[in-house]
Design a protein around this ligand. Sequence first.
Ligand SMILES: N[C@@H](CCC(=O)N[C@@H](CS)C(=O)NCC(=O)O)C(=O)O
Length: 219
Amino acid sequence: MKGLALIGFEHSVYTRAVRMALHEKDLAYDYDEVDPFTPAGQAALVGMHPFGRVPVLRHYAFVLYETAAILGYLDDGFDAPPLWPKGAKARARVIQVEGIVDSYLYQPLVRQVFSHGIYLPHLGESADPETVAAGLAASGTVLDALEEIAGAGLVLNGRDITRADCHLAPMIDYFAALPEARALLEARPALAHWFGSMAERGSFAQTRPDFMDRLVGTD
Ligand SMILES: N[C@@H](CCC(=O)N[C@@H](CS)C(=O)NCC(=O)O)C(=O)O
């Protein structure tokens, strides 16, 4: 067990990013489900995450939040396979992709397009079509940036899995669940090829929330 415990939420893309890395590195861990969108979940996160979010990783007494930091810790602190490429340029691209995901992608592609286009309707809650449209409109720049990086081939190449692949794949999976969004992804051939390769990995399939398979199938 190596003293690892993950506090996460099953439907959280950030939680899934960490689970993918744990799976890729073949690390066993305990798992505590905490829904950060409920008062009970917020109460459970007090003392672990000052911003009330998931995931949180515990390694014995060491507590860590922020997905990029968790992915780095799992990669550096545990045995191969590495999720960190060789070479300064490829490493810089990994950090760049993780920055793009957190700063420019999560909000429009996940919180706007996926939440309002797929998730809230699935839960029977009210969703806003204008929010979906705003997210789709904002997604082009993000996808173009990732297409350029994937096309250059140092990372997001479908061969050498890195922390960036784990960080990004769950979010593209959610985004592409909406047909209009899927078309935007498929218009970017390098990124679409990368996503197709990710979708074939055990770490992707085994961490995918069940409702996604029911809603959009497994391709
Ligand atoms: N910067 C954080 C973001 C984590 C995050 O936003 N997690 C979402 C779930 S995917 C969350 O906990 N949201 C709760 C909220 O917004 O109140 C990270 O890298 O871990």
